[in-house]
Design a protein around this ligand. Structure first.
Ligand code: ACO
Length: 401
């Protein structure tokens, strides 16, 4: 039985809200979702417009500073980020401590957390210069670290970043280049990955962002906070969904098996889910999914993979589900992860790196949210209460000496 006295605190009556379905944990001016309309805004700008007119560096500037950059501001921003792309040389020894077959996300969680052991000059969260420096390092280091975690997992040498390349092109070169053959940059493919980055850059108080804020609310340093966010993102219900969606599509195997598969998902006895479908907030089409579907067409076209069987299966799943009352009545539509796995796989990115790509893209959102929280005068340590349902007070029985 619940002790009714525990329902009242100094702050007022407690609300019991598992999963924070009806709780706003903060005020924020960064991104906005209207789940009913299927709308996502970054600093007021619709994601559809940003995805067409801006690149990821514009988006990062916007999220961090509140406005889109002027050409001069953008040149300076790009330059600063490029300056910090190289990680401390000592970090490669840290990588070498891991097994080669470790999941790259396990490595990434540790490596990003370890940045706080490398950069003592950006740990004072009360100093705006330290905060700026940490933000810049995190944003600039993520592509290098994700590429290093991939290269390490396949036993290839690390590729150093280059200052003259755009952020996303640089990342692709560090992923796919080798010392004996440089990576040939294809603008269509760079633009596709850049769009994935834009679409994943921020998404208000999702689980990983809330984790970053909660970790940061104790005064923890930003590297530790982002590492906590990455750990949360790795879960299959959050950032791991695109990997799960792609393996689901692969396991279905052919278009004619889609109907049977969708039927099996609906059976409560199977406790299965259609991966890449549904969203806690969007109860209409996820606007990012529409953009990702378009990118999927562009990439497959560019690579001559128009008849890609995985994409055909995906389209069939979408068709069957959107005509099925089970999905329609529960407002379960494809989310961005449904298509992003197919795009990434066409780009040559292995599925165990998908969540790393998501973490790379979301880092700017996490940093913007962390900075906003730190400078909010109402900010205090995040400390939810609970409804205690355990034993009432009792005495320890005599123990054997
Ligand atoms: N497939 C089949 N049924 C589903 C699905 C799905 N993907 N998602 C929800 N449902 C059903 C539930 O079984 C439940 O049915 P019931 O009312 O008969 O019990 C109903 O829809 C409501 O489900 P909830 O779990 O309450 O929805 P919630 O908002 O908590 O979950 C979530 C959202 C976690 C995203 C869920 O839809 C899901 O697991 N989807 C698959 C994983 C996925 O794609 N995650 C990516 C999220 S987006 C992102 O992180 C970028």
């Amino acid at each position: 039985a619940i002790d009714m006295r525990s329902l009242y605190t100094k702050a007022g009556r407690l609300s019991y809200d598992p999963g924070f379905m009806a709780t706003a944990s903060c005020q924020s001016a960064i991104s906005y979702i209207d789940g009913e309309k299927g709308e996502l805004l970054y600093r007021g700008y619709p994601i559809e417009q940003l995805a067409v007119s801006c690149d990821y560096m514009d988006t990062c500037f916007l999220l961090l500073k509140g406005e889109l950059p002027t050409p001069a501001e953008k040149a300076e921003f790009n330059n600063n980020v490029a300056d910090y792309a190289m990680v401390h040389e000592q970090m490669q020894f840290f990588f070498r401590g891991f097994r080669r077959d470790a999941h790259p996300m396990a490595v990434l969680v540790a490596i990003v957390g370890a940045l706080s052991a490398f950069y003592h000059d950006s740990l004072d969260i009360n100093d705006p210069i330290h905060r700026e420096l940490a933000a810049q390092r995190l944003l600039a280091h993520m592509p290098t670290l994700v590429a290093m975690s991939y290269k390490y997992s396949i036993g290839q040498p690390f590729i150093y970043p280059r200052k003259d390349l755009y952020y996303t092109a640089n990342f692709m070169r560090m992923m796919f280049g080798t010392p004996i053959e440089d990576y040939k940059i294809n603008d269509v493919l760079v633009r596709a990955l850049d769009r994935i980055f834009i679409l994943h850059a921020d998404h208000e108080q999702n689980a990983s962002t809330t984790t970053v804020r909660l970790a940061g609310s104790s005064g923890a340093n930003p590297f530790a906070c982002i590492s906590a966010g990455i750990a949360c993102l790795w879960g299959p219900a959050h950032g791991g969904a695109n990997e799960a969606a792609l393996s689901m599509i692969r396991s279905i195997g052919s278009v004619d098996k889609v109907g049977e598969f969708v039927k099996s998902v609906k059976d409560p006895a199977n406790q299965a889910r259609l991966m890449g479908f549904g969203h806690r907030v969007y109860k209409n089409i996820d606007p990012r999914a529409t953009l990702m579907r378009e990118t999927c067409h562009e990439v497959l076209n560019e690579l001559g993979l128009n008849n890609d069987p995985l994409f055909k299966i995906a389209l069939e799943i979408e068709r069957v589900a959107l005509e099925d009352d089970y999905f329609v009545s529960r407002k379960l539509y494809p989310n961005v992860d449904f298509y992003s796995g197919i795009v990434q796989s066409a780009l040559g990115i292995p599925s165990n790196i998908f969540t790393g790509i998501f973490a790379l893209a979301r880092t700017v959102g996490w940093i913007a949210q962390w900075k906003e929280m730190i400078s909010d005068p109402e900010q205090r340590i995040g400390r939810p209460r609970q409804l205690y349902v355990g034993q009432p007070r009792r005495d320890v029985p005599p123990r054997q000496k």
